[in-house]
Design a protein around this ligand. Structure first.
Ligand code: NDP
Length: 329
């Protein structure tokens, strides 16, 4: 495993990391989580991602219970969580980054994770109805209380990130240091030119999500939706259009021979492609079973095989790119 700095921050994260969206609680229990986290950790993964909203808090409980069983030294890994969507249908507790919600939300997450602090706390989306200064101050206070070590953003516009950095700098508050954007062969818009200042000038980190576009970039949805896949889960029907999209399937068909020429599975190829972007600090992988973790970790073997010729062949398959079809959390 290689490790990259989260932008210009001192902390380093493994190039591949493991997240729990959809999987923990919905597809796996504590024992499976132990097995998958263990396989990732053995491969050198030091970063595990979660969110309050994942399985309505149950995902945090499972990760906390798994970490208890695993008994790793706390300094050897990082855990993140995210706040925004909320767990309660109440004006002050959902779709918000107000001070009250953030300060209460982190306490709830730490209780579920059974931890004293998370290493990274993300604002899961931007909130246009709360002044950015209120959010920046609340995140600063959470860090000062020792409940999180660093904070970041997820799916924020470049201008919103720059505003938060500017407010923090002017008031000597802890700055956000990392964005969590979608990034895969289909979805590259969060690294568009307007983000150049964010990543290049301000040295912001990026922990990227859905590197396999929920599994499409493994080729598993070529002939429809397999029964044991995310696409067949109750409550995730909204994903199906993206999973079966014809243009995406055509891209998958075009990428397959390039991956196979490299000797990689399509999953390994698609994960290793994400690492070609120097602004990416860590690629957040997802898995519903340990075999997938083992296969995905081997993506690192292919990271140096993306020659200019391979990149040109990929660009030809992608053409002008595809319309964005991002998932909500
Ligand atoms: P991917 O796009 O990589 O999809 C992962 C899913 O693809 C797995 O759960 C599995 O689903 C399938 N899969 C993975 N590897 C293989 C393989 N080798 N062979 C066959 N199938 C495979 O990532 P996620 O969408 O899960 O996102 C990763 C992480 O990013 C999340 O856990 C979360 O931490 C974060 N995230 C953050 C978001 C944000 O808004 N900040 C939004 C979404 C995710 P199955 O077996 O069910 O088919």
């Amino acid at each position: 495993m290689n490790y990259r700095h989260l932008g210009k921050a001192g902390i380093q994260v493994s190039e591949l990391s493991l997240g729990s969206w959809v999987t923990f609680h919905t597809q796996t229990g504590v024992d499976d989580a132990v097995e998958m986290m263990s396989a990732a950790y053995d491969a050198g993964v030091n970063f595990f991602d979660n969110a309050e909203a994942y399985a309505f808090g149950k995902s945090e409980e499972i990760m906390g219970a798994a970490l208890k069983k695993l008994g790793w030294r706390r300094g050897s890994y990082l855990v993140s969580t995210k706040l925004y969507w909320g767990l309660h249908d109440n004006p002050n507790e959902k779709n918000t980054l107000n001070r009250k919600y953030l300060l209460e939300g982190i306490t709830g997450s730490l209780e579920r994770l059974d931890m004293e602090y998370v290493d990274l706390l993300y604002c899961h989306r931007a909130d246009d109805t709360t002044p950015v200064e209120e959010t920046v101050r609340a995140m600063h206070n959470i860090i000062e209380k020792g409940q999180a070590l660093y904070w970041g953003t997820s799916e924020w516009e470049a201008s919103q990130i720059l505003e938060a950095i500017d407010i923090a700098e002017r008031h000597h508050l802890h700055k956000p240091i990392v964005e969590q954007p979608v990034y895969n062969l289909f979805e590259q818009h969060r690294f568009a030119p307007e983000y150049d200042d964010v990543y290049k000038k301000h040295g912001y980190g990026a922990t990227t999500w859905s590197p396999l576009a929920s599994g499409v970039l493994t080729g598993k949805y070529k002939d429809g939706i397999p029964e044991d896949s995310r696409g067949a889960l109750e409550g995730y029907e909204w994903l199906q259009d993206g999973l079966l999209d014809e243009k995406r399937q055509a891209v998958v068909a075009g990428l397959e021979p390039i991956a196979s020429e490299m000797g990689a599975t399509l999953a390994q190829f698609s994960l290793a492609w994400c690492l070609q972007n120097p602004s990416v600090s860590s690629v957040l992988t997802g898995a519903s079973r340990v075999e997938q973790v083992r296969e995905n970790m081997k993506a690192l073997n292919y990271a140096k095989k993306f020659t200019p010729d391979v990149m040109a062949a990929i660009a030809q398959v992608l053409g002008d790119g595809l319309p964005s079809l991002t998932s909500p959390d």
